[in-house]
Ligand binder design. Structure first.
Ligand code: NAD
Ligand code: UD2
Length: 321
């Protein structure tokens, strides 16, 4: 049994990762400021240290006695980076440097969340890890900064790391009610209640949607792949879906006719994003990713169940009378 630190463990992806670690018998310590995460997402038995990942002293304490760190805490929104450039920078890049710095004494492995946002718009699809990085947002620039500091961590301080460039992740427990939520959680939430959805631009823009269980599989396998060469890998499905088609597919899953409003495209919007999953599949030994329909069913079922957190899910079911 090992103990792992999961920063951002009360968030969407972090809560699924913590549940998987606990299920295989590992101990979990979570560092989270609960800014977008929820205490309802804390896995039973996990220890919560509430605070800021950019607080170096706190992160050093959190790192004591662990075998490694999964670093997911961040302000996970391109739009938030537009509104609050400096504030998101502190959480997203300074926070990562604080984690790497705290890993120095024991040269502990760190697996951290990067993003497809480091690529910006690419002429050649699908995007392999070797594609040029041209972030179009502060969020993407900070994620690229994380990768650069991970290189420094390996070369200068012999800290093993692995960066995972998540594409557009979706699944249960992704908060649908914030203006910064991912498109799938917003569309599922609104369409399942028979409300209209808004498509930004013509809706022909495409994304590579990857189900959260596949992301967790990559994170777990990634701890063994961390190295001082600071590798980075795509975590994606390798399948493109347009926003327009997404609205239709979700409406079908919900059994409603979609009502779609249009608004102008967001500024700095990437037109097409499609990852090449071959390298991560080979290096991490990942299986075939979940299909979009299968993942959407899980999201809609979670919404219809009243959006339970991990705690509620872990509670034993009431006895059948
Ligand atoms: P989330 O907002 O659900 O989770 C982030 C967690 O970090 C939350 O629990 C939040 O409270 C915590 N947090 C935020 N700022 C913090 C701070 N300063 N100190 C401590 N805790 C803080 O988002 P998510 O979708 O689960 O994202 C997890 C990671 O994956 C992030 O690093 C994000 O950038 C990255 N990522 C997500 C996606 C996606 O599609 N969801 C895609 C690419 C990368
Ligand atoms: C980016 C990153 C992703 C992750 C995320 C964090 C890319 C390709 N992806 O996702 O990896 O880091 O940021 O925020 O860089 N949309 C609508 N209507 C809505 C909401 C969204 O049409 O109500 C559109 C939106 O304009 C975009 C698409 O849906 O074209 C996906 O938007 P998103 O906010 O879910 O994620 P995105 O691509 O900005």
């Amino acid at each position: 049994m090992s103990t792992y630190l999961v920063t951002g463990g009360c968030g969407f992806i972090g809560s699924h990762l913590c549940a998987a670690l606990a299920a295989r018998g590992d101990r979990v310590r979570v560092l989270d400021d609960l800014s977008t995460g929820s205490p309802d997402n804390l896995v039973p038995g996990a220890e919560l240290m509430r605070g800021d990942v950019a607080d170096a002293a706190l992160v050093r304490r959190a790192m004591q006695g662990v075998s490694g760190c999964f670093h997911l805490a961040a302000i996970a929104s391109v739009e938030r980076g537009v509104q609050d450039w400096l504030g998101t920078h502190r959480a997203n890049l300074t926070g990562t440097i604080a984690v790497l710095d705290a890993a120095r004494p024991g040269r502990l492995p760190v697996v951290y969340a990067s993003s497809a946002a480091v690529y910006g718009d690419q002429a050649t699809l699908p995007i392999a890890e070797t594609a040029p990085r041209r972030p179009l947002s502060a969020y993407g620039a900070d994620k690229l900064g994380c990768e650069q500091h991970a290189l420094v961590a390996g070369v200068v301080h012999a800290i093993p790391t692995l960066g995972l460039r998540f594409f557009n992740v979706f699944g249960p427990r992704q908060d649908p009610r914030s203006p910064y939520s991912g498109v799938i959680s917003i569309f599922c939430d609104r369409l399942s209640r028979g409300e209209p959805v808004t498509v930004f631009g013509d809706g022909e823009q495409t994304r590579d949607f990857v189900f959260v269980a596949d992301v967790v599989a990559a994170l777990l396998a990634g701890m063994q792949a961390a190295s001082t060469e600071a590798p980075v890998l795509n975590v994606c499905s390798g399948r493109p879906t347009s926003v327009k088609l997404l609205a239709r597919t979700i409406a079908e899953v919900c059994g409603v006719a979609p009502v779609v409003n249009h608004q102008p495209a967001r500024s700095g919007e990437i037109r097409h994003s499609l990852g090449d999953p071959s390298r991560s599949r080979a290096l991490l030994g990942l299986g075939e990713p979940a299909g979009l329909g299968e993942g959407l069913q899980a999201v809609v079922a979670w919404l219809r169940a009243g959006r339970p957190g991990v705690t509620a899910e872990a509670r034993p079911a009431a006895p059948v009378r």
